[in-house]
Design a protein around this ligand. Structure first.
Ligand code: S3P
Length: 173
């Protein structure tokens, strides 16, 4: 089975879906944020505060490069992993890229009480989320092999849809 990269804006369900997919398929999960926090010995908000966003983006790239030669992994990407073209190129040659989407209102409800999103700190509003999402829209679109809307949907059903979509690709490997 090829790797599965779950991309998408914050709060679109990447982590939740990655873990359910793992339960169903037996593949292991790699949470990019979690791996970076472990390596850096501090939280994502602390990394942003101490070193800035570009340092964090570099850590994302370095982490992705470690996936070289690995198969059978579900990677729950950070919301901004697609911002660097080299990350997208790397993901493309190492698996299938699934873009999870949701309405800005849905995302707001999911993340509004979460302190772990430094880029939304002080900007927690539907309007701001909408603006960030449209700024990134082309990046997600260009990267994605498949797109799946997650609003008001059953998680298992979404996972089955993902597995169905990538089935053909794995048959051709
Ligand atoms: C980010 C999303 C976060 C995390 C960091 C930056 C982004 O991940 O990587 O705060 O740029 O959208 P989640 O999408 O898992 O919240």
């Amino acid at each position: 089975m090829k790797n599965i990269f779950l991309i998408g804006f914050m709060g679109t369900g990447k982590s939740t879906i990655a873990h359910k997919l793992s339960e169903i398929s037996g593949m292991s999960v790699w949470e990019m944020d979690e791996e970076i926090a472990k390596k850096e010995h501090c939280s994502i908000p602390e990394i942003f505060e101490t070193h800035g966003e570009s340092y964090f983006r570099q850590k994302e790239t370095e982490l992705l490069m470690e996936l070289h030669d690995t198969e059978h992994i579900i990677v729950s990407c950070g919301g901004g992993t697609v911002l660097r073209e080299c990350n997208v190129t790397h993901m493309r040659s190492n698996g299938s890229i699934i873009w999870l989407t949701a309405e800005a209102e849905t995302i707001y409800q999911r993340v509004k009480d979460d302190e772990n999103r430094p880029l939304l700190k002080g900007n927690m509003s539907i309007e701001y989320i909408q603006k960030m999402m449209s700024d990134r829209y082309e990046k997600y679109l260009d990267a994605a092999d498949y797109v799946i809307k997650t609003d008001k949907r059953d998680i298992t059903e979404i996972c089955m849809e993902i597995l169905e979509k990538i089935k053909g690709e794995n048959e051709n490997v």
